[in-house]
Design a protein around this ligand. Structure first.
Ligand code: ATR
Length: 282
């Protein structure tokens, strides 16, 4: 596989074709008055380690890593930040001196930035987290370090239970079998499943008593319209909600900072992206 040589900074994943990251970095760079060449590359599932080696041994300075390679990126980092170590997953890599590769995870801090921007979070909030895959793993430590309590539900209970056991040393987190969940009496409900990618709603939400006036909904995923999860909330009278665009921009901003030491203007770039949402599908 040949790597696009003109980019020193790249996103690697499978798939990457619909990624908004190149546009986001272009907006950061333009706003700051900076030249920043960032591209994206689709990687075959068994080729990730080889591609990374070639990228960083030639022209690569920094990389973002997305599904399904975040755990592999953690394993091939030479040194990792504490937050990457806790989540055991890496979404940003940086080449340091002597070809040492640093791995970091900016997903959780990006989510917290966005929840604060939206005024959705304060300490001691009760959170229902839906999903127990890599996306959930990346955000749990930051939510716990904000002194929030987390109930986690998942289609496959054992995966939620394993996550709760792993993270319980960092704060209050409990796995709940779906059948034991009585109502949605939470401050924040976060969707960290990939159900929206398949354009499905979470299969169990409709069974619960729900308080739209005191519960905000946040979907880690996004698309050009409303996600099925957020549509369900709106259809049931909810008015406080957001998709994952703000988190996407925020985690990118922390990556940009790691690479360049400059922190970009997050609200401005979220505004630009939302304004142009109708063109996303083209
Ligand atoms: P990611 O790394 O993006 O989190 P993942 O590790 O494949 O992806 O995890 C996907 C999550 O979405 C899992 O929690 C999965 O539930 P299972 O653990 O039971 O597989 C959840 N998920 C996927 N499709 C779903 C659907 N249609 N309804 C509910 N949950 C779904």
């Amino acid at each position: 596989m040949s790597i696009k040589k003109k980019y020193n900074y790249m996103l690697f994943g499978n798939p990457v074709c619909h990624s908004k990251s190149p546009i986001i970095y272009q907006c950061f760079a333009k706003d700051i008055g900076f030249i920043f060449n960032y591209g994206s590359q689709h990687v075959e599932k068994n080729m990730f380690a080889n591609v990374m080696l070639e990228f960083f041994n030639t022209h690569g300075q920094g990389a973002n890593v997305t599904v399904p390679f975040k755990e592999e990126a953690y394993k091939l980092s030479h040194v990792v930040t504490r937050r990457a170590q806790i989540t055991r997953s890496v979404n940003v890599l940086k080449r340091l001196r002597n070809n040492v590769i640093l791995g970091d995870n900016t997903d959780g801090i990006g989510l917290i930035y966005d929840l604060k921007r939206l005024n959705f979070i304060n300490i001691n909030k009760k959170i229902l987290l839906i999903g127990a895959g890599g996306a959930a793993r990346g955000i749990i430590p930051n939510l716990l370090s904000y002194n929030c309590s987390i109930d986690i539900v998942n289609r496959t209970f054992s995966k939620a239970d394993n996550l709760a056991l792993y993270f319980k040393k960092f704060g209050y987190i409990k796995a709940i079998p779906i059948d034991d969940l009585k109502d949605l009496n939470y401050h924040i409900v976060i969707n960290a499943t990939s159900s929206g990618i398949q354009n499905e709603c979470n299969f169990f939400l409709s069974n619960f008593i729900f308080y739209p006036e005191r519960t905000v909904f946040y979907d880690l995923y996004y698309n050009d319209k409303s996600t099925p999860f957020l549509k369900w909330y709106q259809d049931h009278g909810g008015i406080y909600y957001a998709d994952g665009i703000g988190m996407l921009v925020s985690q990118a901003a922390y990556s940009f900072y790691l690479w360049n030491g400059i922190f970009p203007n997050i609200p401005y770039v979220i505004h630009i992206l939302n304004k142009n949402k109708k063109y996303w599908c083209i």
